[in-house]
Write a protein that binds this ligand. Sequence first.
Ligand SMILES: *Cc1c(COP(=O)(O)O)cnc(C)c1O
Length: 465
Amino acid sequence: MHEALRALPSVDQLLIAPEGQALAQRHGRASATDALRSALATLRSAIRDGAPAPVAPAAHVLSAAEAALGSAALSPLRPVLNLTGTVLHTNLGRALLPEAAIVAATEAMRDPIALEFDLVTGARGERDAHLRGLLCALTGAEDATVVNNNAAAVLLALNTLGAGREAIVSRGELIEIGGAFRMPDIMARAGVQLREVGTTNRTHERDYRAALGPQTGLILKVHTSNYRIEGFTAEVVAGHLAALADEAGVALLNDLGSGSLVDLSRWGLRREPTVAEAVAEGAHVVTFSGDKLLGGPQAGFIVGRREAIAAINRNPMKRVLRLDKIRIAALEATLRLYLDPDRLPERLPVLAILSRPQADIVAAAAALLGPAREVLQASGIGVEVVACDSQVGSGALPTDLIPSAGLALTPPGDGAAPERLAARLRSGARPVIGRVQDGAVILDLRCLRAGDEPVLLAALGEAVR
Ligand SMILES: *Cc1c(COP(=O)(O)O)cnc(C)c1O
């Protein structure tokens, strides 16, 4: 054993070897030294524990260090293949942006832009002005502003319209969105007192009316985006709440959650209330997300009546929640696409993916079947084309399943084999994220971009190597 330990090379010797120099060149001298030292220590302790010494210890340590440096060099934020079937996957970054937005964001990063600068007069401008016109045109609102995300939009609107007073909200709409966004908690942080009315399944106009008083700051309506109450239910539509709010001299805040700028039923999806409809119903303020059905970067839009938006813009919190130039550029480019709704499906990835017909996905799966079987043959993993269901995700259209198709990978072995395969698929240079179901790893191909088939096949091959 002592002989084997004495035969080990030193870190300095390894660094002088051509392979060691190559490591230092690629990863930096400090990282290469650390990796070699740690690989050497691992080998030394293995030998002390009785493991046989490798025939070529230097080569062994160098290749262990190279493997460690290689995986450390992979960014945890590297692109993944989202084959979960959830199109707007919050944990995978939600909407894929349109090419126009990517170009605009890239230019804004590389070059100065007239963010708060009026190109006509040469005077100071306003960063929200670039989006205000588009938002008003697309929603019919009198005015609009934008903040970090919809959670921020709700917080800011609540604080502006109701701080120190009560917000009346139906018991059935006190939702938790996930990621710690709970309506009652947000209200407390906004300095607004929660006044629940009605019951979980039924709330009537008389319930709101009875709660109105001098202490009322606003009425809040929340789109129950991530669940649906069915059966014996009653809710008061926003139009009636707006009239009630006007009568009482308070504001109606309508949080749409996802919201949509166009009627999605045109492309075979279920109809969601559009932002324009919510505005037309008379809400003083309507809030919605930038990166849900709208298909842009993370943002929270606040549109509505002129005085309400002006008050929101005067709130010092607005400055805290403002957007940077990169996102404003991407949002402007995304919103612009909505001026030509006919061409949206070809330009807006979220819509293209959601409206992709099942037959198209079945064909893509069938074309992949042969090559996938070939790649996985030696591993004994079975591959089949299966029908499955995609969903929108991010709480949008929560109960709607969209017929889709994919590959089911069935690994041999015990009950934990599918989880192990899923983990290996996640660990590669291009992680593949599927879902484990009934003893198989299901790869829903709805979100696989045309042209990415070789990337998927390479990832499958890497996972079984
Ligand atoms: C998603 C959602 C939010 C939060 O929006 P983010 O853009 O994720 O911050 C708020 N309210 C409703 C109803 C939602 O669906």
